[in-house]
Design a protein around this ligand. Structure first.
Ligand code: GDP
Length: 444
């Protein structure tokens, strides 16, 4: 998970100050020393750390904190705000040209994830903004890049413009834009050539494509796992080409987070999207405030809710609520729920978005065993219809049959039955509680 090391250290540090009724300058100094170390260890740019500490320290010993009734909480608030500012403050938007098509140049070094991200971005544009992009294969140097984009296009069922690898990328871009106008594609995503290192030839070519296509956005794709190298690459591309935003890939595997925290401050260009996995739907808009919240262990309920809205079938949710209220909840519903939750992504990632989740003992290094969940599914699938509706009829021979059928053990079957009973009991209490409160209930 992204930022794990940094999150752990920062949370331990702020925990010490949280409840304090009085915060002295030396408390703040002590805390800042630890925050500084945590950031440096996360591979955040040295100068960025220095500026950050200075800003937070100034505010933390100022009036707004010292005079408040909850100085401990106020210091944490300042850290959160400055962390948010560091990553760019507001979430930045993606450009829309007044005269379509909107042209986006995707640039970056080989292996950063540029081609994959081009596919992911096209997918997001269609899914979230209802757009109709044309993908352009202009990376004629990396063997297989054209093929890769064509494959992505097929998977997404989207058009890919290519002229093979013998035509110059500038010519490819030119013809692609003409084609997009003819076919009424409202976005053109140009997957430009990468190299192993930044060199003059590459920059020259990119500049020519830029001049010719007059792009609305130039997104630099960098691999967050390369830490400060990614920051240097971003700085260099920005200086030579002028970028409009950064896409940070492989954040799913980046436990340190140094690039994410430094890029904005060094380049003054926003992180627009982050790649959270290899699949085509694993690209997310970057929200500085939510990310700061996540790093400080305050959870990211907004992202969690959005994930739920995108994946959970509303009709089913209503039906379920009804069943819960009337206590008609069966193992079939349980299975259904499990399926819906799993669609939202790996469970341990979801749990980490919940506020305070990492404060639950052992949660920090919790690895939810997806295999165990498959066992639960197998057990339920091995039950008869009657058993699913009426688990009370379950006797020893039925349990044995189910264990055998699901490739599990009687103990596991017993455990699930007990959990199901406990859950029903809990729901009974909860629905009872809700009924009493119903009138004044307001979603936060
Ligand atoms: P390019 O040379 O920059 O076009 O790189 P590719 O698009 O071919 O990506 C290089 C590798 O990184 C591929 O194996 C991708 O699946 C992988 N990759 C790209 N983005 C992500 C991401 O956000 N997370 C993870 N885990 N892998 C990614």
């Amino acid at each position: 998970m992204a930022f794990e090391g940094l999150a752990d250290r920062l949370q331990n540090t702020i925990q010490k100050i949280r409840g304090k009724g009085k915060v002295s300058e030396s408390d703040v100094k002590e805390m800042m020393r630890e925050v500084r170390l945590a950031l440096l260890e996360a591979d955040v740019n040295f100068k960025v750390v220095k500026d950050f500490i200075k800003k937070v320290s100034e505010r933390a010993v100022g009036q707004e904190v010292m005079k408040s009734l909850t100085p401990g909480q106020q210091v944490i608030k300042v850290v959160k705000e400055e962390l948010t500012n560091l990553m760019g403050g507001e979430q930045s938007q993606i450009a829309v040209s007044k005269r379509p098509p909107t042209i986006i140049m995707m640039v970056g070094l080989q292996g950063a994830g540029k081609t994959t991200t081009t596919g992911k971005l096209a997918n997001l544009l269609r899914k979230k903004y209802n757009r109709n992009p044309l993908l352009v294969a202009a990376d004629i140097y990396r063997p297989a890049a054209i093929k890769q984009l064509e494959t992505l296009g097929k998977q997404l069922n989207m058009p890919v413009f290519s002229l093979g690898d013998q035509v110059s990328p500038i010519e490819i871009a030119k013809q692609a834009i003409e084609k997009a106008k003819e076919d009424h594609n409202d976005y053109v995503l140009i997957d430009t050539a990468g190299r192993l290192h930044i060199d003059g030839e590459l920059m020259q070519e990119l500049k020519e494509i830029k001049e010719l296509s007059n792009p609305d956005e130039i997104f630099l794709v960098v691999d967050s796992m390369t830490g400060q190298d990614a920051v240097n690459v971003a700085d260099s591309f920005n200086e030579q080409l002028g970028i409009t935003g950064v896409v940070l890939t492989k954040l799913d595997g980046d436990t340190r987070g140094g690039a994410a925290l430094s890029i904005r401050a060094v380049t003054e260009k926003p992180i627009k999207f982050v790649g959270m996995g290899e699949k085509l739907d694993a690209l997310e808009a970057f929200h500085p405030e939510r990310m700061a919240s996540r790093i400080l262990g305050m959870g990211d309920m907004l992202s969690l809710i959005e994930k739920a809205q995108a994946n959970v079938d509303e009709e089913k949710a209503k039906e379920l609520e009804q069943k819960l209220r009337t206590m008609n909840f069966t193992f079939d519903d349980f299975l259904d729920q499990l399926g819906q939750v799993r669609k939202m992504g790996p469970l341990d990632e979801l749990l980490k978005m919940m506020p305070g989740a990492n404060k639950i003992k052992g949660m920090g290094n919790l690895q939810i065993d997806e295999k165990q969940i498959s066992h639960v599914e197998a057990i339920i699938q091995s039950m008869t219809k009657q058993e699913k509706i009426n688990p009370e009829i379950m006797n020893a021979s039925r349990k044995k049959r189910i264990a055998k059928g699901s490739g599990t053990s009687v103990q596991e079957v017993n455990r699930l039955l007990k959990q199901f009973e406990d859950m029903k009991k809990m729901m009974k209490q909860m629905t009872g509680m809700q009924k009493g409160k119903r009138k004044g209930f307001k979603f936060p």
